[in-house]
Write a protein that binds this ligand. Structure first.
Ligand SMILES: N[C@@H](CCC(=O)N[C@@H](CS)C(=O)NCC(=O)O)C(=O)O
Length: 208
């Protein structure tokens, strides 16, 4: 397996999941510019990471790759409880993280993609920040009294929420200070040997 990733980007979730699975894989760092080259676009026409190559086939889209890896490596036990409710929880958090939280960062980190006039950027960032604070508040309340997002044990969703929480820790003025339960969750994840190894490998470090 070969994972193409941008250091610290959303591909970090797949990187952690591969480390947890424990099968052999290669992690290949790319730059944003490289994701737009003809070679990369042939692999993923969306010009984005994560892209996971397995014996000549390329898998893309974070939540789809996570579900694939859950089924491919059941012995890693990184999926939901095998019940309709368990599946619902997995899909619910994929929707929240991939559909709400991830796109919520775009106007915060790249307001120029939303308005060419620089004078509009502070207002765009402020609105994005308010929305992100609201969304992190939801995740924070969910983690009140829980060590894991779903199933009462480590799953792919822990890796996915951790990834976006690392963006907040690195990009918000108060890091995760407004979210005590999330901060505790991230602190625990930072002590996980697999997570620590992946962060070191990607050259990413941060305080929650
Ligand atoms: N919906 C895709 C989004 C992937 C995505 O946005 N990846 C970002 C990194 S977090 C990327 O590769 N961006 C390249 C760019 O902005 O040019 C997924 O969930 O996998």
């Amino acid at each position: 397996m070969k994972l193409y990733y941008l250091p610290g980007a959303c591909s970090l979730a797949i990187h952690i999941v591969l480390e947890w699975i424990g099968e052999a894989y290669e992690a290949v760092a790319v730059t944003r510019e490289q994701t737009k080259t003809p070679e990369f676009l042939k692999m993923n026409p969306a010009g984005a990471v994560p892209a996971l190559e397995i014996t000549g086939r390329v898998f893309t889209q974070n939540s789809a790759i996570q579900k694939y890896l859950i089924e491919k490596y059941p012995q890693a036990n990184l999926g939901p409880d095998p019940t309709p409710e368990g599946n619902y929880e997995l899909n619910h958090w994929h929707g929240f993280l991939g559909g709400d939280l991830h796109p919520g960062f775009r106007p915060y980190f790249a307001p120029q993609r939303f308005h060419p006039d620089e004078s509009a950027h502070p207002a765009i960032r402020a609105a994005a920040f308010a929305n992100l604070q609201r969304l992190y508040g939801i995740a924070d309340q969910h983690l009140n009294g829980r060590d894991h997002v779903i199933a009462g044990r480590r799953t792919v969703i822990d890796a996915y929420l951790f990834t976006f929480s690392s963006w907040a820790a690195r990009g918000f003025p108060n890091r995760l200070g407004d979210f005590p339960h999330l901060k505790r969750f991230v602190g625990n994840m930072l002590e996980d040997p697999g997570v620590a190894s992946v962060l070191a490998n990607e050259g990413v470090s941060f305080e929650p």
